[in-house]
Design a protein around this ligand. Structure first.
Ligand SMILES: [Zn+2]
Length: 129
């Protein structure tokens, strides 16, 4: 099972640790697919290492939307299952993630990857942290 863990590059270790440990624990044995960015990507890689799970990292070839889009597409294509960890919004800030109908979190590249994976028929889960 190849499990992609994507999401906010602004997430901190404390915000994401518990959910990522749970994701890996329920999917083991698995391989984690990660995108080499700050936040969720690097936290997932670190926790996978601690839990003796291998990570396949897909870094972007270029640091612009073209590169990120190619990288995100590849993650969506290669995974069997995808988890998108997004940062929960305060009620006063709700209303601006255009990827999702319920605007309760800050949008990130993970939302794009999630929608693409969904189009490809992959199993996707959104977790607000
Ligand atoms: Zn979203």
């Amino acid at each position: 099972m190849k499990v992609a863990i994507v999401g906010s590059s602004k997430a901190t270790f404390n915000q994401a640790e518990e959910e990522i440990r749970k994701i890996i624990a329920v999917n083991k044995p698995c391989v984690i697919i990660s995108g080499n960015a700050d936040g969720i990507d690097s936290i997932a890689d670190r926790i996978a290492g601690e839990m003796n799970v291998k990570t396949i990292i897909y870094p972007p070839k270029t640091k612009n939307w073209k590169g990120y889009k190619e990288r995100n597409s590849l993650i969506a294509l290669r995974c069997d299952k995808l988890y998108n960890l997004v940062l929960k919004k305060e009620p006063k800030d709700m209303g601006s993630c255009y990827h999702h109908k319920v605007h309760t979190h800050y949008r990130s590249g993970g939302c794009w990857t999630e929608n693409y994976a969904k189009q490809l028929g992959k199993q996707v889960m959104v977790i607000e942290i």
